[in-house]
Design a protein around this ligand. Structure first.
Ligand code: PMP
Ligand code: GLN
Length: 383
């Protein structure tokens, strides 16, 4: 049997760093603070809601954009938090997680040769998504060290061919958040253009120290051009359910749904019913900043006095550390050594750059049970 030769659509892509590090962690029995997922259970009430939905017979195709009750709950949440009303019928779609939402938005808007700006370091699905759509990736670095947006560089990257920019706040991997002033600057910059926005806000409910999440929904000049993406996987500790949301103005959403209906068509029905019911109580997401801030603080306090230098963590469930006082190894080499010799898995920040830029930074995920964090801290303090 000879498989015909054919050219790869993604010749430079291998297995994701998250899958690679999780496999290494399992192989070496290491504490897995690499791939971003909680190691604790979600609320049993959420599981009960989904189970009841299955028992009640909600097991066939739902409407293509998602069940009305869930779309209505998402629209109400956005209105309550950000004072912008999206039409549940025409402007909210339920997706198979944020990854599908982002890819679908790209496939819906990007034509071959269009330029799409990513701010590096960036989440690993963005660049392949742009490439699959036939777009040209334009990488603009966030400022090394602070990871602040450099609006001069973003402005310089805009051309008449720029179709779209991908924004991510709170940011994976740097754990920075965009301020209101940052969002206003972006709004001003894009105002004279037709550039669209994918605003990846999957960590919207993990913003710390009393700060407000600055959703693109809060800024008229951004919302009018934005696909705002979120993920129930992150918000309700169910990353394996792969259910996310997109909010966008009707003309954008109409194009999004054309692709969505031939991509997944619909998203699993009982989960949507369980989530619609669970969203009725805002406490289920409003408690998240305090919950994750406590874990962040536990993890940071545990590393005080160690040779790992802590970067700020203002949002997301990540904490980056600078290990330059410990080792000269590259980030990838250091992470491999850490998993093997110290028994803790992290993610090299270089994996979020196209050119593997090395700053001696490792990203750890603190969405873990306190005892998991204590075990990891005991090991990391040996460094
Ligand atoms: N965007 C960012 C920034 C992420 O960190 C992740 C993954 N955790 C995703 C998108 C994908 O989310 P999902 O699992 O809902 O596809
Ligand atoms: N978003 C998660 C992270 O950054 C991982 C998701 C994945 O494995 N693709 O760790």
């Amino acid at each position: 049997m000879t498989t015909p030769h054919f050219p790869s659509r993604l010749p430079d892509v291998g297995t994701t760093i998250f899958a690679t590090m999780s496999a290494l962690a399992a192989e070496h029995g290491a504490v897995n603070l690499g791939q971003g997922f909680p190691d604790f259970a979600c609320d049993p009430a959420l599981v009960a809601g989904v189970t009841q939905a299955m028992q009640a017979g909600h097991n066939q195709y739902p409407p293509m954009p998602g069940i009305p009750a869930l779309r209505a709950a998402v629209a109400s949440k956005i209105e309550a938090l950000h004072a912008r009303r999206y039409c549940a019928e025409r402007e909210i779609t339920i997706t198979a997680g944020a990854t599908q939402a982002i890819l679908t938005a790209l496939l819906a808007c990007v034509q071959p040769g269009d330029e799409v700006i990513v701010l590096e370091p960036c989440y690993d699905s963005y660049v392949p998504g742009i490439e699959l759509a036939g777009g040209k990736v334009v990488r603009v670095p966030l400022t090394p060290g602070s990871f602040r947006p450099d609006f001069g560089k973003i402005a310089a990257a805009l051309t008449p061919r720029t179709r779209l920019l991908i924004l991510n706040t709170p940011h994976n991997p740097s754990a920075t958040v965009w301020s209101e002033a940052d969002m206003r600057q972006l709004e001003d910059l894009l105002a004279p253009t037709d550039v669209l926005l994918v605003s990846d806000e999957v960590y919207e409910h993990m913003v710390f120290d009393g700060q407000q999440h600055q959703s693109a929904a809060r800024f008229a000049g951004l919302a009018e051009r934005a696909f705002i993406v979120s993920s129930f996987g992150k918000t309700f500790h169910v990353t394996g359910w792969k259910v996310g949301t997109v909010a966008a103005p009707a003309p954008l959403m109409a194009e999004f749904r054309k692709v969505h209906q031939f991509n997944v068509f619909t998203v699993n029905t009982p989960m949507q019913h369980g989530l619609a019911q669970y969203l009725q109580q805002p406490a289920h997401y409003l408690g998240l900043p305090a919950f994750y801030q406590a874990k962040r603080d536990l993890f940071r306090q545990g590393l005080q006095g160690s040779r790992l230098r802590l970067l700020p963590s203002s949002g997301s469930y990540f904490q980056c550390v600078d290990y330059s006082a410990v080792s000269d190894l590259t980030e990838m080499q250091f992470c491999e050594w850490l998993v093997r010799e110290i028994g803790v898995a992290g993610i090299p920040v270089s994996a979020f750059y196209g050119d593997g830029f090395n700053q001696r930074l490792v990203r750890f995920c603190f969405a873990k049970q306190d005892e998991t964090l204590h075990t990891a801290l005991q090991r990391l303090r040996r460094l």
